[in-house]
Ligand binder design. Sequence first.
Ligand SMILES: [Fe+2]
Length: 246
Amino acid sequence: MAFHLFKRNNEPRPIFATLGTDMHCHLIPAVDDGSKCTEESLECLRTLKSVGYSKVYITPHFQHPRFPNNEDDIVRRYGELCNAAAEAGIDIELAGIAGEYRIDSGFKARLDNPRFLQVAGKYVLVELSLHQQMPGADEMIFDMQMKGYDLILAHPERYPYLNIDGPRIEQLLNQGVYLQVNALSLGGFYGEEARRRAYAIIERGWVSFIGTDTHNTLYCQALRELSHSRKIEKLLEKHEFMNNTL
Ligand SMILES: [Fe+2]
């Protein structure tokens, strides 16, 4: 009896059902620092389903020179993942393949010959350096917008040099850059400072998307734990996000 109670109480809860769509995760096996093999990717997809997601976009890193992925190869590998998920009977919609593009020195070359795998064919998911401000990053963001791309900036709460009370983040918002917070930031997965910043920018109404940024089964464990948080469930209900438009 005690065992059953324990098991039931620890079942993941579908707190992300209101979002519906995860638009940020690293589940193409062995192309970046995400999932290492197909089995791990399938396990992560099962977890995403269990915490309420019905649809997912996969977004491997494109980062020079650490993850020199190319779009054709990633599209091919995505097809293989879709086949494996179908064979395993995983009940979550693989809605498309996109990328998480690092705005770094290698990004300049992309601007001359742009070909981006976009979330829902509409948004380019970009990230900044996690450590230090890259000179010229804002100019590259502006260039992308001038070329007609809609940008989502991944996890602004994770850049220690990006002051959420300073002018730069407001400038990005005013330019029409969408912000995406990581769900796990809300549970302190990346530390207290990222957690505080994630809550603050959501409360200000600045955040359009929540992503899981799932890399592997460690993240899955954290997501299952997070699914028991009433505080986060309420936050997701209180604020309107655009995930379900994807
Ligand atoms: Fe990511």
